[in-house]
Design a protein around this ligand. Structure first.
Ligand code: FMN
Length: 179
């Protein structure tokens, strides 16, 4: 798919088709795209926990997501917890932050990685919903996520059942100043 078309056709999908499937290899392709993103000193601190069984997906839906987000990812073929290793991206070897943003650079890097992931999903025939409204406390024990990592977003993966309109975007001149 041509890049502009890929950008235009990616949407947050809240209604997935029932009965669809995905393989671990197809998920690996998406995560490999994430790995290609630039990161602070190539620190690559993003981590992925992929729920593919109904059991694990139901755990995330029922224990971690508010009901509207749980409903949004009904019929998902996978649900991915995205985390990053804290205190590495944006930090010096001695453990001090390089500048005022500190661990926000880890979140920045993960965002770059996740954008690659969702675009690759789209390119390979899948759709996604990034969810920031979630409760992460219950997830660490269930998925063996160490305390050195911070959970950021949960991304559902599925096949779109509807084709939602693009939410209105700002114009370039609304967000840019040229000098
Ligand atoms: C960091 C982040 C958190 C989000 N959290 C949620 C969420 O919890 N629930 C939801 O339905 N959509 C969520 N979204 C999706 C946004 O609402 C959506 O990206 C935005 O409205 C633009 O629509 P589009 O993705 O179709 O272009 C989130 C998106 C991002 C990037």
């Amino acid at each position: 798919m041509e890049f502009s078309q890929l950008l235009e056709s990616r949407r947050s999908i809240r209604k997935f088709k029932p009965g669809m499937k995905i393989s671990e290899d197809q998920i690996r392709v998406m995560i490999d795209a994430a790995i290609q993103a630039p990161t602070w000193k190539n620190s690559q601190t993003g981590r992925y926990y992929v729920a593919m069984s109904e059991d694990k997906m139901n755990f995330i839906r029922n224990q971690s997501l508010p009901s509207f987000n749980a409903a949004n990812c009904e019929n998902a073929v996978a649900i991915i917890i995205t985390t990053y290793e804290t205190k590495r991206s944006g930090f010096e070897r001695d453990g001090n932050p390089t500048n005022e943003l500190g661990d926000k650079w880890g979140v920045y890097d993960l965002g770059l990685q996740n954008e690659n992931l969702v675009l690759k999903a789209r390119e390979t025939g899948y759709d996604t919903l990034i969810m920031g409204i979630r409760d992460v406390d219950v997830l660490k024990a269930e998925f063996g996520i160490p305390d050195s990592q911070e959970i950021v977003s949960i991304i559902s993966v599925g096949v779109r059942e509807d084709d939602p309109e693009k939410p209105k975007r700002k114009a370039v001149d609304d967000i840019t100043k040229f000098f």
